[in-house]
Design a protein around this ligand. Structure first.
Ligand code: GLT
Ligand code: MN
Ligand code: MN
Length: 390
């Protein structure tokens, strides 16, 4: 008989490393067809409420905390109050980022704008936001290039855009080094929205770009469930490739139906099987970075619904983590998995001129063609774990 998870296992705690953005729980429900439906929640209340729910920390864009037109004195007051809220609750700011998409100046992009002055201004804004992030304790700095793209391919030669993007990231790596900050960069891919087409649209594009930088060791990725799902991709494959390359610096968890606008739904609320295998990958690989929920409550919700959304995001992760443990401990499943591993073999196919015997080897193609793999059974057993029947 299935057993209930150990008491407390589904209760979020700081050691689980769950984080939210100020902009996520603070989302006021604006969309292209309607204005806000919720009042902004003051930053202090967000910090206190997330701490109460068991989160580890809160992330922010410069302008989530500090209005665009704030004076230096206003900035300092806001930062002081925010730091006090962090100190009172023990909450951390592990990640920070720059808003390079809201201001009309970025309508043609920031690092890839066709206007050289805009590109320079984007660097200035980012350096200041990096200073703020570091002041708050951030160790990871995210770059989501929402406006880095085109609405018409007539606008830009993509080769120029990539060169400008590289120039900007190289510049900022040098800035971090010069300041002796302990900060890593994480590029966040997205295929489209708000631009018709965005540069570095997938995890693979971002990874390839990283190796062309002056300091590739400083830069990794921050993939998001919704963004790969929008592109019809299997998210866990991209995440797996990033982990294998040592480049998963951060992750944005949420949910999404394919073929739609960026929904940023509560983690696990769509495609529960994909969510299960994502949690399995993160847990089995020993990923030790932040588990950031980049999502927001349905537009139908009031503030109570926002906190239901936040609590639900963390609880679903923990439920799936418990299911993963059950999968890993299930004797029948492990027998199938063990047989597959045995078949996969340990020896790597490595070419050497001396051992050129492979060209002459005889294969039992008849048997190899006839064999089945047993995935129907394995998948069904997995589904039974997910559905609570095992
Ligand atoms: C924005 C976007 C997200 C990014 C955030 C970081 S901002 O909400 O939709 O995917 O992660 O800039
Ligand atoms: Mn998103
Ligand atoms: Mn995101």
């Amino acid at each position: 008989m299935p057993q209930a998870p150990a008491s407390g296992a589904l209760t979020p705690r700081p050691e689980h490393r769950f984080t939210f953005g100020l902009w996520t729980v603070g989302n006021i429900g604006r969309d292209p067809f309607g204005g806000p439906v919720r009042a902004p929640i003051p930053a202090r209340r967000i910090v206190e409420q997330l701490a109460k729910l068991g989160a580890y920390g809160v992330n922010l864009h410069d302008n989530d905390l500090i209005p665009r037109d704030a004076t230096a004195a206003e900035r300092d007051d806001i930062v002081r109050d925010f730091k006090a809220a962090l100190a009172d609750t023990g909450m951390k700011v592990p990640m920070a980022t720059t808003n390079l998409f809201g201001d009309p100046v970025f309508r043609d992009g920031a690092f890839t704008s066709n206007d050289a002055r805009v590109r320079a201004f984007a660097l200035q804004k980012t350096m200041r936001a990096i200073d703020l992030g570091v002041e708050l304790g951030a160790k990871t700095y995210v770059f989501w290039g929402g406006r880095e793209g085109t609405d018409t391919a007539a606008a830009k030669d993509p080769r120029d855009a990539i060169k400008w993007f590289r120039e900007a990231i190289n510049y900022l790596c040098e800035y971090v080094r010069a300041q002796k900050y302990e900060l890593e960069f994480a590029l966040e891919p997205k295929p489209n929205e708000p631009r018709g087409d965005i540069f570095l649209p997938t995890i693979g594009h971002a990874l390839a770009f990283i190796y062309t930088l002056d300091h590739p060791d400083m830069v990794g990725v921050n993939p998001e469930v919704a963004h790969d799902t929008m592109a019809g991709l299997e998210f866990s494959h991209g995440v797996g490739q990033a982990i294998e390359a040592g480049k998963l610096f951060h992750i944005d968890l949420n949910a999404q139906k394919p073929g739609r606008f960026d929904q940023d739904l509560r983690f696990g609320s769509e495609d529960i099987k994909a969510a299960f295998f994502l949690v399995k990958l993160l847990e089995d690989s020993g990923y030790s970075g932040m588990l950031h929920f980049d999502s927001h409550a349905y537009r139908t919700e009031d503030e109570a619904g926002v906190w239901d959304f936040a609590a639900g995001s963390m609880r679903t992760y923990l439920i799936l983590k418990e299911k993963v443990a059950r999968f890993n401990a299930d004797a029948e499943i492990q027998e199938l998995v063990g047989a597959l591993r045995k078949r996969a073999g340990g020896e790597a196919l490595k070419f050497s001129a001396a051992a050129a015997g492979l060209k002459e080897r005889t294969f039992d193609l008849h048997a190899m063609r006839a064999q089945g793999y047993g995935y129907e059974k394995l998948d069904q057993l997995t589904m039974e774990i997910i559905l609570g029947a095992r």
